[in-house]
Design a protein around this ligand. Structure first.
Ligand code: S6P
Ligand code: ZN
Length: 198
């Protein structure tokens, strides 16, 4: 499998292949199955049943060779499959950057949502192709595929020294969950009732 390049890097260009949605040259690819998302879905029994029934891939993260080291600026493409666990739409684990630094996401295909939580306030940004979502420092972020049939893919560009704190999410949650509703995706903040999106 391709690996990250070792600093110091020389200037180079990266091609975004529009048909395959790959970054070329490629770096490592991370695959997250449903079993990797333990403790994150609201309905734990339904999550367990789906894990036992094939443990599907929920998302992949394909990086360029630019490494996650301080002062570098890595990029990756996340592709989230369509699906849900008892109505709760497939999402990424979500994390906080322990070194408070910003990040941008650029929508590439499908319909996505960017759920943000700073421990108090919740924001939800709709991310479609060519739309950029800005993640300010201090906001935990999780991506959701809100489309019913297609993959949702986006390009992330982030500071290589920001780090990824997944424990913060297990401790604080996101303040809201995203479900498939009759009229589209529904953001259900807890403990408040549902809001219909779009
Ligand atoms: C990195 C950036 C993304 C995510 C990716 C997977 O800072 O936010 O590349 O790593 O979307 O999400 P997660 O929460 O599993 O890292
Ligand atoms: Zn991030």
């Amino acid at each position: 499998m391709a690996d990250f390049a070792a600093p110091p890097l020389r200037p180079f260009s990266i091609r975004l292949d529009r048909s395959s949605l790959e970054l070329l040259p490629a770096g490592p690819v991370l695959t997250r199955r449903l079993s990797d998302l333990e403790g994150l879905f609201a309905d734990e029994a339904a999550w367990r049943a789906d894990v036992d029934n094939g443990d599907p891939i929920v998302y992949t993260v394909a990086s360029s060779p630019v490494p996650e080291t301080a002062t570098e600026l890595p990029q990756s493409i996340t592709r989230i499959r369509p699906g849900d666990v008892a109505g709760e739409l497939y999402f990424t684990k979500g994390h906080m950057h322990p070194v408070a630094e910003g990040e941008i996401y650029l929508g590439l295909e499908g319909e996505g949502g960017l759920l943000l939580f700073d421990g108090t306030d919740i924001e939800f940004l709709e991310i479609t192709p060519d739309r950029i979502g800005y993640i300010p420092p201090g906001w935990a972020h999780r991506s959701v595929n809100v489309g019913s049939n297609d993959d949702y893919s986006f390009l992330a560009v982030y500071p290589g020294g920001a780090g990824h704190d997944y424990g913060w999410v297990l401790e604080h949650g996101f303040g809201a969950r995203v479900y498939a509703g009759a009229a589209g995706a529904e953001l259900r903040s807890y403990p408040q009732p549902a809001l219909t999106l779009g």
